[in-house]
Ligand binder design. Structure first.
Ligand code: ADP
Ligand code: MG
Length: 700
């Protein structure tokens, strides 16, 4: 096109150097291209006018038609303010300026019809608008090309420096004049036709100056689709490139260990979800690309057996495997469980944790290096440099959220080829996010619990009902059950939390006296040995009640525990609540989760508690969590550009996202290199995007 969209915005009529520098600083607008992509936040109906006698306090974006009847200057602490009396046929109000008096006195005329625009305030028994946009009524009518007026994102600095919405609109108009409103098409003919999309130029015009509602929604759809489409394209391509570049070991066969385990030693029938997931993993392991798969499944969905069977495939192919868990307790549990499951197979398994003795350590290191050891289970002690495998083929990581990406990549370096990696997590990534942020992340989902589980019943109780809750706990203990009582531990106020825990413990100790009741207590300040001792008392059934901070979040498996009481539940996040609840419901008995809160609840807390009461489905909970906290928070770090969408919203526009993803996939299936002439425009746009924006920060 004639105008180069990479032209600095300084050169646009109506901008100039000082405005340009403001636009750069405040909105990150450097070029024409950036400006055209500054999409309005919302639109105003410019044909709607208010009457002065029907005004409400603090309403933004109000238009009133009237005349100025007089001006007066009023002295105040600092300087003066200029006040105009403005009236229509229903009453009068004030317009107020704190700056720019001279210009206003010279340019605004008395008893002439104006349209004023701004936000109402209530002051001294009167409505006023300070620093209103003022437009001659005749001009307003001439300018009214469209009933819908775009409202652009702004900042305090911008409006203070006179870049009001009206100025912004004017600048945008100049941009369209200069470019003649002609912009290069960025989607292929085929996509435009198949999806019945309007052209780029039409879309851009209508997003800034909507001709009518229908055109606006067409423009929005087209631009959202385009935005999501290119992100998906990039994610999918990235994944394909990863697969073609990173070679892995090919596990060609499923051998004796796997088969004999499957036929003779499997203690139960696998659920359909487990079977499906195993198939997905087997397919990955059998290909020549390195597996990098996330295994998501709610607590208790049976991920361990899937991990074990994957390990058996590795061993069948002559490789070693390791299984890493975030805590000592959890790795011991895995070690014992897997040893038990494999007792009839000839496998050499060892446990390595921070508390392994030096001599044992040495032996483990040796047997790993000479290949005598098949499977190593442990904590991040596995990542130490001294731990060298002869041929590590598969690494499994349990409870991903406890390990950073950096730690994971350490595992890679333990071999010439990176081992296949399976990451297991009970905190599901909301599907919405998985799709948009991770694109084609390989993920397997166990969405079915083993048969015979009773759904946990969750209730919400206020602190004032504590005695009733205690009574309920006593009844359950009388039936032979065990109970968890959990207190929040949040770093910033650790001291206070610790006090809460101790106070709670004392009051529980009073209400549940010895010797009838035995209470074990576990918290972060204890020595590991004491912690272990207290844990064991609960695990072996000696203690009926465990009072704990969130250290139990990942870690204990006591099928006889059927009640989880969470104190100050309003202070926990949703996924944490869900994790905690997963500690019960592991046995044959009906289990309960009691969420205790005070009466003062924020709206978000209410939503969290209601969600917990309503559902046990981890994915549903993850979606609510995403809506409450927003994508940035969930992912921890800012996933650079990916979540900074210009127009689409990955939550609200999820349907468009799915469609965009489908289209991107189809396109790449038919034309993997985008070499087809009809896709030239897509290739070009894609290249431009990668050139001007460094967006990709992919987790794998
Ligand atoms: P998680 O996914 O939380 O790691 P586990 O692997 O610990 O779950 O499994 C939870 C419990 O369910 C274990 O006691 C396990 O033996 C049992 N389990 C797993 N799969 C099945 C199945 N298909 N049928 C019956 N019980 C199963
Ligand atoms: Mg587990």
């Amino acid at each position: 096109m004639n105008t180069n969209l990479q032209t600095p915005v300084d050169y646009l009529k109506g901008v100039g150097p000082s405005r340009a520098s403001l636009l750069r600083k405040e909105l990150g607008i450097h070029t024409y291209q950036d400006l055209i992509n500054l999409f309005p936040n919302r639109y105003l109906d410019r044909t709607k006018y208010y009457k002065i006698n029907s005004l409400q306090r603090n309403t933004a974006d109000i238009q009133i038609i009237g005349v100025i009847t007089k001006f007066k200057e009023i002295s105040q602490k600092r300087g003066k303010r200029l006040v105009a009396t403005f009236q229509d046929d229903t009453g009068s109000m004030e317009l107020v300026w704190f700056r720019g008096h001279k210009w206003i006195r010279e340019n605004l005329k008395l008893n002439t019809s104006y349209v004023v625009f701004g936000k109402t305030n209530w002051f001294n028994g009167k409505f006023n608008i300070s620093h209103p946009d003022v437009e001659l009524k005749t001009e307003h009518e001439n300018n009214l090309r469209s009933a819908m007026q775009a409202i652009y994102p702004s900042t305090e600095k911008l409006s203070n420096k006179g870049i009001t919405n009206r100025v912004m609109t004017k600048i945008m108009q100049n941009l369209f004049l200069e470019t003649k409103g002609k912009f290069a098409e960025t989607l292929s003919k085929k996509l435009l036709e198949n999806l019945n999309l309007i052209s780029k130029s039409e879309a851009l015009f209508n997003i800034h100056f909507p001709q009518n509602i229908k055109m606006l929604s067409k423009a929005e759809f087209r631009l959202k689709f385009e935005e999501l489409f290119y992100i998906q394209l990039q994610l999918i391509l990235k994944n394909l490139i990863h697969k073609s570049k990173i070679k892995g070991f090919t596990f060609e066969k499923v051998g004796v260990l796997f088969n004999s385990f499957y036929k003779e030693h499997l203690p139960f029938e696998l659920t359909n979800a487990q079977k499906r997931v195993l198939k997905e993993i087997r397919r990955d392991l059998g290909s020549s690309a390195q597996m990098n798969r996330l295994l998501q499944g709610d607590v208790g969905s049976g991920k361990t057996i899937v991990a074990l069977m994957s390990i058996l495939i590795a061993l069948d192919n002559g490789f070693q495997a390791c299984l890493m868990a975030p805590t000592e307790i959890l790795s011991v549990q895995h070690y014992n469980g897997i040893k038990q499951l494999c007792k009839n197979l000839k496998i050499r398994i060892k446990l390595l944790t921070g508390s392994s003795k030096t001599l044992d350590r040495k032996k483990i290191h040796e047997s790993l290096e000479n290949g005598e050891l098949d499977l190593l289970i442990g904590t991040h002690a596995l990542l130490e440099d001294k731990v060298k495998f002869k041929n590590l083929g598969l690494a499994i990581i349990d409870e991903q959220h406890r390990f950073g990406v950096a730690q994971r990549s350490k595992l890679w370096k333990k071999n010439t080829f990176p081992p296949h990696i399976l990451v297991m997590t009970a905190t599901p990534i909301p599907r919405t996010l998985a799709m948009s942020v991770y694109g084609d992340l390989d993920s397997s989902i166990i969405d079915e619990l083993p048969p015979g589980r009773k759904a946990i019943k969750t209730v919400h109780r206020f602190d004032s009902n504590r005695l009733k809750v205690f009574k309920f706990i006593k009844d359950e203990i009388d039936k032979g059950r065990q109970v968890y009582i959990v207190y929040p531990l949040i770093q910033e106020s650790e001291k206070m939390d610790y006090k809460d825990l101790m106070d709670g413990y004392e009051s529980i100790a009073r209400d549940f006296p010895m010797p009838k009741y035995q209470i074990s207590i576990v918290h972060g300040k204890m020595k590991p040995a004491d912690k272990e001792y207290e844990m064991q008392r609960f695990v072996n059934g000696e203690a009926n009640i465990m009072v704990a901070t969130t250290v139990i979040e990942v870690g204990v498996n006591v099928p006889n525990a059927s009640v989880m009481v969470i104190e100050s539940a309003e202070r926990f996040g949703l996924s944490q609540l869900h994790q905690l609840r997963g500690r019960v419901g592991r046995g044959a008995e009906q289990s309960y989760c009691v969420l205790m809160t005070s009466h003062k609840l924020s709206n978000d807390s209410k939503t969290r508690i209601e969600t917990m009461v309503k559902t046990n489905d981890g994915f549903e909970i993850a979606e609510v969590d995403l809506k409450l906290r927003g994508p940035g928070d969930i992912m921890g770090t800012q996933q650079s550009g990916i979540l900074n969408l210009r127009i689409a919203d990955i939550i609200k526009d999820n349907d468009i996202l799915k469609h965009a993803r489908y289209c991107a996939k189809q396109l790449l299936e038919n034309d993997p290199s985008l070499g087809h002439p009809e896709n030239a425009v897509i290739l070009e746009t894609y290249r431009q995007m990668s050139k001007y924006k460094n967006i990709w920060n992919y987790i794998s």
